[in-house]
Design a protein around this ligand. Structure first.
Ligand SMILES: Cc1cc2nc3c(=O)[nH]c(=O)nc-3n(C[C@H](O)[C@H](O)[C@H](O)COP(=O)(O)OP(=O)(O)OC[C@H]3O[C@@H](n4cnc5c(N)ncnc54)[C@H](O)[C@@H]3O)c2cc1C
Length: 569
């Protein structure tokens, strides 16, 4: 791009991913004349989780002010310039605790403010910024002659841009919501729950998304009482039959936040591209999961917690996971939840991290970059073996949420039920759903719930879910896949329908993964595996197959740095 100015870049979606793109455009001084930002809702920066479409007052982020990737002002600065009385539990008399998690709506206000600050900086750099809020992009098409993208919005108006970055973020496909009374495909927006529910409610999932639903529903049916460190819960007179049944296959509640020592996530933690390609050349064309585990988990642990390292240094990934989950298997989930709270509290009071958990989260984040170079065998191991542990550990449930859940437990209002992998939920003919499952005592169950919420969180989405038909029709995007290192292994999986394993003309085997194919710069790959000119995809649900970890704001920060660096080359 040297000496050559780009005409225009379009950010499709104006949430946190777009904010960090703008930050990088400004910081890396990308020479561009126009930036178009298309946001289907009314506010920039808040995205899905940090505004009214994803939160009410009771919802908390899982990050504290000191963990947010660097923007122009930090949260304390922002609040001193924009004092507010709206979040008294967080900010009172001009004071905040930088280690306390932020209310999500406050985080949204902060991100929105920073978005506007970056727009001011971009304008100073003589970049024309065109903000189109309340504007949904409905299609994208590439004009090969003009070498630019045609961006169609809701009223069929069309905009042109040379570079497009898809920042559309979270997406919750609807199955029966809106068609079946009492069936909800996600807890968002939480304002849709506005009636008391004087009956047992089923929530699928037991992690952060499920906790979001628990927080809202419990407030509609009762009251929390806060007394220093202790929280109690009392049902309202007209909700005496309300209770919550949380269903999960693992039977685990999310791990709690503890004190974190490391600096915010950094690209330098993961393998560099040179390292990746050098490693592949020496190792039959694949990066090995075992190598990344050694590099990004065991090695850092060796320094930060030598005692723990001694215990695990000779363990395979499978043995390590088995060991870490064995305690979880032995204890009832609420007993373990209480024990983990005490451990996390100690970590916070002493400002001392729980090293192995912190390192596992860092490994999960760092793995995103080499994951596109894993063999299909290793991706299967990652998904089946490691991810169940990682997803519990990185949840980082805020202490405040723990106290509320324990209050519900002590009031006899919440139950956690472990179910089999074949368990399923079907809509009931009249209202809600029927949950069919086998419990850990092998007993079959079939229960009708008047209200059902899918709280399993953002699932990776498929090629066909992408709402931009033009890109599909023009073959500019393709489904992600990974090759098997050993064709015999690949052959074994061909008949397993859920895995989509196929053979190619050279007797090699490959596995289709969820979502779209991207390269190391988040650039879309076309139907022939070639990079699609100037099209980048940052919408995590659509790249989850090759980018398995979802490190939130940190991901937005590091991925946008990489994309802008590439455009700037
Ligand atoms: C409930 C919840 C809580 C979370 N909490 C945290 C947390 O505490 N910390 C953390 O680091 N991460 C958290 N995350 C992870 C989250 O992915 C990131 O923090 C962040 O929101 C990702 O930003 P994004 O811009 O990629 O996606 P989103 O936040 O989903 O934003 C995408 C934006 O694109 C817009 N859009 C979508 N389609 C179109 C279209 N066709 N045309 C125009 N605009 C469009 C949307 O309106 C939205 O504003 C949370 C996620 C969820 C779901």
């Amino acid at each position: 791009m040297e000496n050559e100015k780009l005409g225009s870049i379009a950010l499709i979606g104006g949430g946190p991913a777009a904010l960090f793109m703008l930050k990088e455009i400004v910081n890396q001084n990308l020479q561009v004349e126009n930036i178009y930002i298309f946001e289907k809702n009314e506010r920039l920066g808040v995205g899905m989780p940090y505004g009214k479409y994803g939160s009410c007052n009771e919802h908390l982020a899982n990050v504290s002010a000191n963990e947010i990737p660097e923007l122009i002002y930090d949260v304390a600065d922002y609040l001193s310039r924009n004092p507010t009385d709206d979040f008294p539990d967080y900010y009172i008399n001009g004071k905040l605790n930088p280690y306390q998690v932020l209310p999500r709506l406050l985080l949204g206000n902060y991100l929105e403010n920073q978005f506007h600050e970056y727009i001011k900086l971009a304008l100073k750099l003589k970049i024309k910024v065109h903000v189109l809020t309340d504007t949904a992009v409905t299609d994208l098409l590439y004009d090969r002659k003009k070498e630019n993208y045609k961006i169609t919005i809701t009223n069929d108006q069309v905009y042109d841009a040379e570079v497009v970055v898809i920042c559309t973020g979270h997406y919750w496909p609807l199955t029966f919501e809106g068609k079946k009374k009492g069936w909800y495909d996600s807890p968002y927006p939480p304002s849709k729950f506005d009636q008391r529910t004087n009956f047992p409610v089923a929530i699928k999932g037991a992690s952060l998304t499920a906790v979001d639903a628990v927080k809202t529903l419990s407030r509609l049916n009762g009251q929390y009482f806060y007394d220093d460190d202790k929280v109690s819960y009392v049902l309202n007179e007209d909700s005496k039959n309300f209770s919550i049944h949380l269903f999960s296959t693992g039977g685990y509640l999310p791990a709690l936040r503890f004190h974190s020592e490391s600096e915010p996530y950094s690209l330098s933690w993961s393998m560099t591209l040179d390292e990746i390609y050098d490693y592949k050349e020496k190792n039959n064309g694949f990066v090995a999961l075992d190598y990344v585990f050694e590099r990004n988990f065991k090695n850092p642990i060796r320094h930060s917690d030598p005692e723990f390292y001694e215990k695990i240094k000779d363990m395979t990934i499978e043995e390590f996971v088995e060991e870490m989950l064995s305690l979880r298997k032995e204890l009832d989930s609420f007993t373990l939840f209480r024990a983990e709270y005490l451990e996390a509290k100690k970590s916070i009071n002493r400002r001392k991290s729980i090293s192995w958990k912190e390192r596992l989260a860092a490994f999960s984040y760092a793995m995103n970059y080499p994951a596109k170079h894993f063999s299909a065998e290793d991706m299967l191991r990652l998904r089946k073996v490691l991810m169940p542990l990682i997803s519990v550990i990185i949840a980082s449930l805020p202490q405040e949420s723990y106290k509320e859940i324990i209050a519900l437990y002590e009031a006899g209002v919440i139950e956690h039920i472990q179910v089999d992998r074949d368990s399923h939920v079907d809509p009931h003919a009249d209202t809600g759903a029927i949950y069919r499952y086998v419990d850990i005592q092998d007993k079959k169950h079939e229960h009708h719930y008047q209200l059902y919420v899918d709280g399993t969180g953002q699932q990776p989405l498929e090629f066909n879910d992408l709402p931009f038909e033009g890109l599909k029709d023009q073959g500019l995007i393709s489904t992600g896949y990974l090759n098997f290192k050993d064709p015999n292994e690949g052959e074994k999986y061909v008949s397993e329908k859920s895995l989509h394993v196929k053979s190619d003309s050279n007797n090699g085997y490959y596995m289709q993964v969820k979502g779209l194919s991207i390269n190391d710069y988040f650039q879309a790959l076309d139907a022939f595996g070639n990079a699609t000119k100037n099209l980048f995809i940052m919408a995590v649900p659509f790249i989850g197959g090759l980018n398995p970890d979802y490190s939130g704001l940190d991901f937005c920060d590091t991925a946008s740095r990489r994309i802008v660096k590439f455009i700037n080359q």
